[in-house]
Design a protein around this ligand. Structure first.
Ligand code: AHR
Length: 502
């Protein structure tokens, strides 16, 4: 396989959006309880936060974390999670058929976020609740004091406001599975009024309206158009969600998932801009890809959403604890490439979720925490994608895929940090059997020194399904990539078959 990649110093896409490396913590399965929070665990700090998971969250480099859902938020009363823990109600969470103890709530999440060094992206319930609860949580979180809700925050231990900037107006409201599911008109009007009321409390907040739950929804396109027609002036972002999986052994199509993501993003940008044109609006609506990942839907699995509803009500059951392999890591790397390449319009992205539930981090109750395969491309990109996203032209040999047509075997994104003079290249070889010879032309640059080159590929003696397990937590990871040459604005390298490299 051969590929030639070209960039030019003059052709940039945008600044690397800081919030592109976001994650997601939902009250779902074991993401909160026995994930980030497990009092009594040997690694728990004084507040019950797992230090091992906090350390891995920092290493992952997550910049912003969405909370508390997800489907969970559409039936959630945020007031249940404040005040003395002993007084908090135990409730049934219909979204995941779970008993919610409310031992962990808003204050705990704020404290956890400070320890993790992450920004908060807070979702409000527009399923069973509405304008009033939405404006009240903003008053509770962000108003300095002297009012009912802000004084209650102080009484509950936080005198200073939380100053939460980023808010989601509900979650997946087009989904029939959503508690309080709505039509586009119903949701559009509600989101518009909630946004207005929330901004009257704090004009400095940024708001995300719900787009379609995925691009396969029958209402996709119409939903975006109608919702934005109502909310255009009141919101800043529109959300996108996408989960990918290998189906029927079709690895080629699975590895081309980023082609679908590119197309999805460009379709939503087109729709948002059409509403802008028709409404004679001045500003642009940007995108918040606030749920994305690989997620294997296996309805028969005991921890699948389908089976969870058939089990007795219980606290934090195991739900969709997917174990990721080498192929999944390569796909995750290409999905991050797609997000980065669209950094001019995708300003926020959250991998779903952070720990245990379809997550880069696994943590056993009363046991260790470790990195899944998909942890590695995320962590490296969060660490190294700095400065400008470069417009990247790829001329690659192709593979024919059943679901997404002819697809480049080599996928790439490139960033350039003018201040440090460092460039970062994120490359994937989708070919299952062949190495790829790659030539990169760095127009206008005099690339001289190679500081680092690493690759994630199939470990010797294993296959593309290799994973990291409790027993072998470091089986799949990054190793040095040798044979990379950089001279006179040109780079040459060989990507092993099925690999992701930086
Ligand atoms: O991330 C898991 C679930 O996927 C979320 O709760 C929901 O928003 C989506 O359907």
């Amino acid at each position: 396989t051969r590929a030639r990649i070209s960039i030019d110093r003059e052709f940039t896409v945008s600044e690397v959006p800081h919030r592109l490396f976001g994650s997601f913590v939902e009250h779902m399965g074991r993401c909160v309880y026995t994930g980030i929070y497990e009092p009594g665990h040997p690694e728990a700090d004084g507040q019950g936060f797992r230090r091992d998971v906090l350390a891995l969250t920092k290493e992952l480099g997550a910049t912003v974390v969405r909370y508390p859902g997800g489907n969970f938020v559409s039936g959630y009363n945020w007031e249940d999670g404040i005040g003395p823990v002993a007084d908090r109600p135990r409730r049934l969470d219909g979204a995941w058929h779970t008993v919610e103890s409310n031992a962990f709530g808003l204050h705990e999440f704020v404290d956890w976020s400070r320890k993790a060094g992450t920004e908060i992206m807070e979702a409000v319930n527009l399923g069973t609740r509405g304008v009033d609860a939405a404006r009240e949580i903003v008053e509770y979180a962000n108003h300095p004091g002297g009012t009912r809700w802000s004084d209650l925050r102080a009484k509950n231990g936080h005198k200073d406001p939380f100053n939460i900037k980023l808010w989601c107006l509900g979650n997946e409201m087009d989904g029939p599975w959503q508690i309080g599911h709505k039509t586009a008109h119903e949701y559009g009007r509600l989101a518009q009024e909630a946004a207005k009321a929330m901004r009257l409390v704090d004009p400095g907040i940024e708001l995300v309206a719900c787009g379609s739950s995925n691009s396969g929804m029958p209402t996709f396109g119409d939903w975006e158009h109608t919702v934005l027609t109502h909310t255009y002036e009141e919101v800043d972002y529109l959300s996108l969600h996408a989960y990918y999986q290998e189906q029927d052994g079709d690895a080629a199509s699975f590895l081309a998932s980023a082609v679908d993501m590119d197309h999805f993003i460009e379709s939503v940008v087109a729709t948002a801009d059409a509403v802008r044109a028709k409404g004679r609006h001045k500003k642009h609506i940007n995108l918040s890809f606030d749920e994305w990942n690989v997620w294997y839907s296996r309805p028969g699995d005991p921890d699948s959403p389908e089976q969870v509803t058939t089990r007795p009500w219980q606290e934090h059951p195991r739900v969709i604890e997917d174990r990721y392999n080498v192929t999944d890591a390569v796909v995750v790397g290409t999905l991050l490439n797609s997000l980065l390449r669209h950094g001019d319009r995708v300003k926020i992205a959250n991998q779903a979720q952070l720990v245990n539930v379809i997550a880069p981090i696994l943590a056993e109750p009363n046991g260790p925490a470790w990195r899944q395969t998909i942890f590695h491309p995320f962590a490296r990109m969060a660490e190294l994608a700095k400065g400008q996203v470069m417009r990247t032209v790829v001329d690659s040999d192709k593979v024919e895929t059943a679901r997404f047509g002819d697809t480049d075997l080599v996928d790439a994104s490139i960033t350039w940090n003018e201040e440090t003079g460092r460039m970062a290249l994120f490359l994937a070889n989708r070919g299952l059997d062949e190495a790829a010879e790659v030539e990169v032309r760095l127009g206008g640059f005099d690339a001289g020194e190679l500081t680092r080159a690493e690759v994630l590929d199939v470990p010797t003696g294993l296959d593309r399904f290799a994973k990291n397990t409790l027993e072998l937590p470091n089986q799949v990871g990054l190793r040095p990539l040798t044979g990379v040459t950089a001279a006179g604005g040109q780079l040459t390298l060989t990507l092993p078959a099925l690999s992701w490299a930086v």
